[in-house]
Design a protein around this ligand. Structure first.
Ligand SMILES: Cc1cc2nc3c(=O)[nH]c(=O)nc-3n(C[C@H](O)[C@H](O)[C@H](O)COP(=O)(O)OP(=O)(O)OC[C@H]3O[C@@H](n4cnc5c(N)ncnc54)[C@H](O)[C@@H]3O)c2cc1C
Length: 436
């Protein structure tokens, strides 16, 4: 099977070319002078753009269908330099030349466990993503999408194509007084993006500083820390369908965000490659200092002078003091989610363990600190030679060197079984188990 998108069209008798990337996305290039293009990216949500897209799809009247080769030939007659700032949407001459064989993934995940990928490629544009999807399909290779590798445990060699998402770039979509909407390439490093946003005075992501990984994975599990989640600043994301190649836009409702959850971890799991994410930020975003020890960290500064950057610095100091740096000690952050209990189940647990650490949720359910359960089951700091439970943070499993993914998984299972036996609470993993 080959991908349905993109499709190629031209306006008869003119220098205008079109590329349809999905049921609502198309790009239009108008020839300028002898050798330049003027590019417009369209999102056909409303009339009349929607009608135009329909006419393009049907290749009605003044439009003609072109094969990719024919279209490329016409396109390459001019410089393709009108696309700067378009967040890696298109790179016309994409191919599968950059696919490498037998790539060691050890350094591509923060756990640093050994595993080989049969094939590996880094995609830096939508077209390269599609080229990789077609290649995997043609070769019958299972696909593993990778960002920064900070939320996965590899259990074995990957028998297919490991596709690293490397689309870069930032683009301001809208600035309106206090508000600014920015779209960011999925391959940008998350923390670097937070720092860029703060430097530009686009605030709202400061509490999420120093979370490892890339922008594309941030909506996957609705990353969160210190009282803020990505969903609080999320506008939309664009993703390519793995079966059809169609580009699709998901707003927050369509992402079905929840605590460390989204549709991409449930109903839509394995169907989409996220290629860019748009955020809605504010110059005067309210400071969020309620959570954890942020206020304590800021004590030395007069409160009226606190800035968003101060909050980010406080968060970074707290995180550095509590969490192991993956560059020094392999880990994937919290291995387990904090379990959420109904009020009745919580009441039953509290009879036996009145001191259990917990947080009441807005909906009346109670979130239990998984770290507390693991610590009180006696696992904090336990080491099995090459790997263990972190000595400062019981939620984090660590790799000292020389362990396999399977061995770390065995430890995780033992922790889960013991917590269940002692507290009757079933822990769920936050980290994605690859090849289990
Ligand atoms: C020290 C440490 C601290 C951490 N602290 C936090 C924290 O405070 N809060 C928090 O929420 N998380 C935290 N994490 C977890 C991790 O940083 C986040 O989940 C992060 O978003 C993962 O990004 P990544 O690019 O590394 O994803 P990866 O590990 O590469 O991938 C994670 C999953 O997403 C899929 N995926 C990745 N990119 C794409 C894409 N573009 N399209 C489709 N699927 C994709 C992968 O297939 C995989 O299933 C921490 C991790 C570490 C190591």
């Amino acid at each position: 099977m080959s991908l349905i998108y993109p499709q190629y069209r031209a306006l008869k008798g003119s220098n205008t070319l079109y590329r349809i990337d999905g049921p609502l996305h198309f790009l239009e290039w108008q020839g300028l002078g002898e050798n330049r293009w003027l590019a417009h990216a369209h999102y056909a949500e409303i009339y009349p753009t929607r009608v135009l897209l329909q006419e393009l799809l049907e290749a009605k009247d003044s439009f003609e269908k072109l094969h990719a080769e024919e279209w490329n030939e016409r396109f390459e007659k001019r410089e393709a330099n009108a696309l700067s700032g378009s967040v890696s949407q298109v790179r016309v001459s994409s191919d599968s030349q950059r696919i490498r064989n037998s790539v060691d993934l050890t350094d591509w995940t923060t756990f640093g466990v050994p595993a080989l990928a049969k094939k590996w490629m880094s995609a830096t544009s939508d077209d390269e993503v599609r080229a990789a999807l077609t290649y995997a399909e043609d070769q019958g290779l299972p696909l593993l999408i990778m960002g920064g590798g900070s939320n996965m445990l590899l259990h074995r060699d990957w028998p297919g194509l490991a596709l690293h998402i490397g689309l870069k770039g930032f683009q301001v979509l809208r600035e309106n007084g206090d508000e600014v909407d920015v779209v960011v390439g999925a391959g940008e490093n998350w923390h670097d993006w937070v720092m860029v946003s703060l430097e530009m005075g686009w605030n709202g992501l400061e509490n999420l500083a120093l979370i490892p990984g890339n922008v594309g994975a941030s909506p996957m599990q609705n990353i969160g820390a210190y009282g803020v989640e990505v969903k609080d600043r999320f506008l939309w994301l664009e993703a390519i369908n793995i079966q059809t190649g169609a580009l699709h836009r998901f707003d927050a409702a369509a992402c079905e965000f929840d605590y460390r959850e989204s549709i991409f971890k449930s109903a839509a799991k394995g169907h989409w490659v996220i290629v860019r994410v748009a955020f809605s930020l504010q110059r005067k975003a309210p400071l969020n200092t309620e959570y954890g020890s942020i206020q304590k960290e800021l004590e030395g500064l007069p409160q009226e002078t606190w800035t968003h950057r101060d909050v980010a610095d406080a968060v970074m100091r707290i995180r550095s003091s509590k969490l192991p740096d993956p560059k020094e000690l392999g880990n994937a952050g919290s291995f387990f989610k904090n379990p959420i209990l109904s009020a009745a189940d919580f009441a039953a647990l509290r009879v036996q363990h009145p001191e259990v650490a917990h947080f009441v949720q807005g909906d009346g359910n109670i979130k239990i600190a998984a770290g507390w359960l693991i610590e009180h089951a006696g696992w904090k700091g336990k080491r099995r030679g090459t790997h263990g439970v972190h000595e400062k943070q019981a939620l984090v499993l660590v790799h000292y060197g020389g362990a396999s993914g399977k061995e770390i998984w065995k430890l995780a299972q033992d922790v889960m079984a013991d917590v269940f036996e002692k507290f009757g609470v079933q822990l769920q993993t936050e980290v994605n188990q690859i090849g289990l």
